[in-house]
Write a protein that binds this ligand. Structure first.
Ligand code: GRG
Length: 313
């Protein structure tokens, strides 16, 4: 699809009642294709490692982070094909984090996205390497992907953005705090600090990567998008905690009740279930408020915020 046709098609989608559902289906397929094209083929040496990377990265997940990158692109009028690289990169980091989080040394889980976790389908050493391989590939994509059509400065800013979000100041740091807090009482600010890093940072990067791809950045709008991303990062985590209590393993595609079983602090235990739901709703409203300066071009971002608090898995 040419950029212009695609852009107008996306404009049409935004005014349709079914817009979010259609956008999600089309963008999930787009993210899958973009990942497929950038992952090493499974017959390429070392075959077993590449099979494990593809096993975990392809064919599952909501693709929330690529959806956010594409929806931000639509809000900022960026051609989606320029965002396939950043969308793939952020999803690769996410998948690597899931593979490593499921390992026996961490959450020790056997089910992810409705199928056996990477270390069960392959073996522990291969799963560690598959995560490592995906992490390195994410940065390789940002540094070299020819479809991105950005300047060297923009590429550098994207690499810096994703590295900060995924490293010890972001996701990995949040995971370290999480592992250290098992069995401990955290107060609300400490819980929030952990989640801002562990899950919030990558969600924030998903939006920011698209903003960096804009040829001439509009700083006030970018700040507002960043605030939106911080709000949905928190509402995502609150909803995740609620689902961990209220849903079931089959619907989630991962083991339900892990927080309780592992004696991990979460929002429902600190705020009560009604309090957690109210906070998720407050965060959603704050996210919408951040988008006040945008017109209908940001409707998909608004709808994604609603989706985050309504989702079933
Ligand atoms: C091990 C380096 C390292 C980091 C782990 C993000 C994370 C840090 C671990 C994931 C474990 C987890 C279940 C976190 C709770 C929130 C979360 C990230 C859930 C999974 O994300 P979704 O719902 O998953 O977007 P899908 O499968 O839909 O992509």
């Amino acid at each position: 699809m040419g950029n212009l046709v695609e852009y107008h098609w996306n404009q049409a989608l935004m005014t349709s009642d079914k817009s979010l559902k259609e956008f999600m289906a089309v963008s999930q397929a787009r993210a899958e294709e973009a990942l497929d094209a950038r992952l090493p083929g499974e017959t390429r040496m070392p075959e077993r490692l590449h099979q494990a990377m593809r096993y975990s990265a392809l064919g599952g997940g909501k693709r929330l982070r690529p959806l956010l990158t594409y929806a931000t692109g639509i809000a900022l009028d960026i051609p989606l094909e320029a965002l396939d690289g950043p969308a793939s990169a952020v999803e690769m980091i996410h998948v690597y984090s899931l593979i490593h989080d499921d390992l026996p040394a961490m959450d020790d889980d056997s089910l992810r996205r409705g199928k056996p976790t990477c270390h069960i389908a392959f073996d522990e050493a291969t799963a560690i390497l598959a995560g490592d391989g995906l992490q390195a590939l994410a940065f390789h994509v940002l540094a070299t992907d020819p479809t991105m059509k950005v300047s060297a400065d923009q590429r550098m800013a994207m690499v810096e953005c994703l590295a900060t979000a995924s490293g010890s100041y972001g996701m990995v740091g949040g995971q370290a705090i999480d592992l250290h807090s098992v069995g401990k009482q955290l107060d609300l600010p400490a819980l929030e600090n952990m989640h801002i890093r562990k899950t919030g940072a990558l969600i924030r990067a998903s939006v920011r990567l698209a903003a960096i791809a804009q040829p001439a950045g509009n700083d006030p709008l970018i700040e507002q998008l960043d605030h939106y991303a911080q709000c949905i990062g928190l509402s995502f985590q609150i909803k995740d905690d609620i689902l961990d209590e209220e849903s079931d393993t089959q619907t989630l595609g991962k083991t339900q009740g892990k927080d309780r079983d592992n004696n991990k602090p979460n929002y429902p235990t600190l705020l009560g279930m009604a309090g957690a739901k109210e906070k998720a709703q407050d965060m959603h409203e704050a996210a919408l408020d951040s988008l006040k300066a945008f017109g209908p071009e940001a409707d998909l971002l608004r709808q994604l915020s609603q989706f985050i608090i309504d989702r079933k898995n």
